[in-house]
Design a protein around this ligand. Structure first.
Ligand code: ASP
Length: 146
């Protein structure tokens, strides 16, 4: 069993899912950023910023510098690239996380799934706790990029 120290046990938890009927869903829970100002609202509860799902494209949940995720409407932007430009969810996510966010100086990542069950787990940080399960396959978990 892997032990996780307390500092890493707290943080954002996001989930995306595709059900057997083709419905997509996303959810994100976070305590926000360390030392955040009282009353700050991050991107997690803002639909289109840190969280978004649409059966016509994909479901996205994000973690990272929320102010930038809000400005770039990260989750909705990824879905829009899938829907309107027909990008694969991985390519759409890479464009937004590795280009748009990086150009803004923002750090973070996303998990996403499209209507075909294609996944994107993309982050511009050294690691992101993540995992997925496909049908009856064994669950997969990872922290660092490789
Ligand atoms: N995105 C969250 C926020 O800005 C923080 C996080 O995901 O770590 O509130």
């Amino acid at each position: 069993m892997m032990r996780v120290d307390a500092a890493h046990a707290l943080g954002t938890v996001g989930a995306v899912a595709l059900d057997r009927h083709g419905n997509l869903a996303a959810g994100t829970s976070t305590g926000g950023m360390t030392n955040k100002r009282w009353g700050r609202v991050g991107d997690s509860p803002i639909i289109g910023a840190g969280t978004y799902a649409d059966n016509r494209s994909c479901a996205v949940s994000g973690t990272g510098h929320g102010e930038f995720f809000i400005r770039a409407t990260v989750a909705r932007d990824i879905c829009a690239l899938v829907e309107y430009r027909n990008l694969a969810v991985k390519d759409a996510a890479s464009k937004v996380v590795m280009e748009t966010l990086v150009e803004m100086g923002a750090r973070g990542g996303i998990i996403a799934v499209d209507g075909n069950g294609e996944l994107a787990l993309v982050f511009n940080t050294s690691g992101m706790f993540r995992g997925y399960i496909l049908d009856s396959e064994e669950p997969v978990t990872a922290i660092f990029a490789q």
